[in-house]
Design a protein around this ligand. Structure first.
Ligand code: MSP
Length: 530
């Protein structure tokens, strides 16, 4: 089991965060991608037996939200309330996201603490007043350097014209933190992942950092600077602080100490610098511990571009869950795209994987085994009295899959590799049944043949027990159905309480368990949609 928390006292939580999303629009696949990854990581660590804290939320201040509200003839707060309640929270529920908290940056528990944090930096001399002028992208909520603009005037991410901003602002002495940041990256090679993201940040910081403008005075939708309320705090400074305000910074010392620092901040690669440069520098300036890991995931692409609402390529997750179901949705993106790399979404690829991996390999295995236990043993799991090398190979296969998946998913956030290891085991069990041909063995009534048949079906059912436990973090609803079909709960307790570290203890599912042929786990796709 991986070490958790900071104090080593055993009470610290494994703390996972997603970015907090801008609520200028409804969520699309790109947003759901990171949140589902966070959820799978969370459930995985819970099944390791760790105490986990999973935070998500919404980023509600700044010019982008203010303009959207104005364009829709409403106030920013009303706009945020509406979007949060009708679009964001319901989607996370729909996708079975098991977050422990949901923070909104307009909540007083956040705004008050942000003011205190910034005041503290000001009192320490980390903030000074100055002027700034430069190209600004409202989509990114970020000043750009003239050199990175496309055709001299377009944001490289949004491909839309930047605006020229000139302001008198407060500045954070970010430039002073370059050497300490580089030292931290050096000493903690896993701090930024994957390696490509780490290299990019190291290179960026080596070029030298500029001080950061942390206030705005040209609009009012933000948290006022406490000592100069004509200014509001820069939305990114406000937003980054959600990770500490949500877990009791400045309000609940005990909760804060047992949760902070975060074990993993999951972020998209476009917001890596904020998290790997500005955020640690802010924490250093305030004397707080740094997060342990920042993992940058790639983009979901459509037609070679980052999927987004602003260029009208944002696909709603519900467009896909309606056809494929929530479990397959959670599975598909994590399985198909190596975490950390960009990946293209394609309906055809989703349908192909659904049919071959979920419906055929996994779903059919579960229904075939249940059907045969029903047909040949009246639904009561028989004892395995005739186990030999073929059965040992299955037990070993489960142990190997569990070990690999735990390392890949739990430690390295390699979801694709970990899920792949579990599906290799599913293939192995299918191969075992093909070889053993229980349907042929069943034709022979001799005691030896009955013992063989019993052993084969026990082995397959016990393998399914392991598969249900290992896939539960990814596909909780399908695995709950499988758990019920195996009749496991009366003997072993709820699925979510099954430990990854014990999954390979062969023989947990006892003979005598009542196996029923439950609902089909992954129904065939309708022809027109496949
Ligand atoms: N509000 C800031 C984050 C503040 S965190 C302290 C923000 N919000 S966002 O809504 O624009 O983006 C949130 C996340 O969604 C980012 O991690 C971004 O990378 C991710 N994605 C948005 N479109 C995406 C894809 N097409 N593909 C994958 N992720 C993408 O930035």
């Amino acid at each position: 089991m991986a070490a958790t928390g900071t104090t080593g006292s055993g009470e610290s939580a494994f703390y996972v965060t997603t970015p907090i999303y801008y609520v200028n629009d409804a969520p699309h696949l790109g947003h759901a991608y990171t949140t589902v990854a966070g959820d799978v990581l969370t459930r995985w660590h819970r099944q390791r037996g760790e105490r986990v804290w999973f935070l998500t939320g919404t980023d509600e201040h700044g010019q982008k939200i203010m303009r959207t509200a104005e364009a829709n003839g409403t106030t920013p707060q009303e706009w945020c309330d509406k979007l949060v309640e009708t679009a964001w929270k319901p989607l996370w529920e729909h996708l079975e996201i098991a977050n422990d908290d949901f923070i909104r940056t307009t909540e007083p528990r956040h705004t008050k603490r942000v003011q205190e944090f910034v005041q503290d930096l000001y009192d320490k001399g980390e903030i000074y007043k100055g002027g700034y002028e430069g190209p600004y992208c409202v989509g990114c909520e970020e000043y750009k350097s003239p050199g990175e603009l496309l055709e001299g005037e377009l944001c490289p991410i949004h491909k839309r014209p930047i605006e020229w901003l000139k302001e008198e602002n407060y500045f954070f002495r970010l430039s002073a933190y370059g050497p300490r940041l580089l030292e931290h990256y050096e000493r903690n090679p896993d701090f930024i992942q994957p390696a490509s993201a780490r290299n990019e940040v190291v290179q960026f910081v080596r070029q030298g950092l500029q001080d950061l403008s942390i206030s705005r005075s040209t609009f009012t939708w933000g948290i006022p600077i406490p000592w100069d309320p004509k200014h509001v705090i820069y939305v990114w400074v406000d937003a980054l602080l959600n990770y500490v305000t949500a877990v009791g910074y400045g309000s609940d010392e005990e909760k804060f100490r047992s949760t902070w620092p975060a074990d993993v901040h999951l972020v998209g690669k476009d917001i890596l610098r904020f998290h790997a440069v500005i955020w640690p520098a802010m924490l250093m300036a305030n004397g707080l511990p740094l997060p342990k890991k920042i993992f940058a995931n790639g983009w979901l692409m459509v037609g070679g571009e980052k999927m987004s609402k602003s260029n009208l390529t944002g696909i709603s997750p519900r467009d896909l869950t309606g056809t494929f179901g929530v479990d397959a949705y959670r599975y598909y993106f994590l399985r198909a795209i190596p975490f950390g790399q960009d990946g293209s979404f394609s309906w055809e690829d989703f349908a192909a994987r659904y049919t071959s991996e979920l419906a055929n390999d996994f779903g059919n295995l579960a229904s075939r085994v249940a059907a045969m236990v029903g047909k040949y043993f009246g639904g009561t799991l028989p004892e395995a009295t005739d186990a030999g090398p073929a059965e040992q190979a299955i037990a070993d296969g489960l142990a190997a899959a569990a070990e690999q998946a735990d390392r890949m998913i739990g430690d390295n956030l390699d979801f694709s590799g970990g899920i792949g290891a579990i599906f290799d085991f599913i293939k192995q069990v299918n191969g075992y049944l093909t070889e053993q041909q229980p349907w042929k063995v069943a034709k022979d009534d001799s005691p030896e043949a009955r013992a063989r048949l019993a052993t084969i079906l026990y082995t397959a059912a016990e393998a399914l027990r392991g598969i249900a436990v290992l896939l539960n973090p990814v596909m909780p609803a399908a695995c709950a159905k499988l758990w019920a079909s195996l009749g496991a709960e009366p003997h072993l307790g709820p699925l979510a309480e099954q430990r990854i570290g014990e999954v390979a203890q062969w023989g947990k599912l006892p003979a005598g368990a009542r196996i029923v042929k439950g609902e089909v786990l992954f129904p065939r796709l309708e022809e027109s949609k496949a």
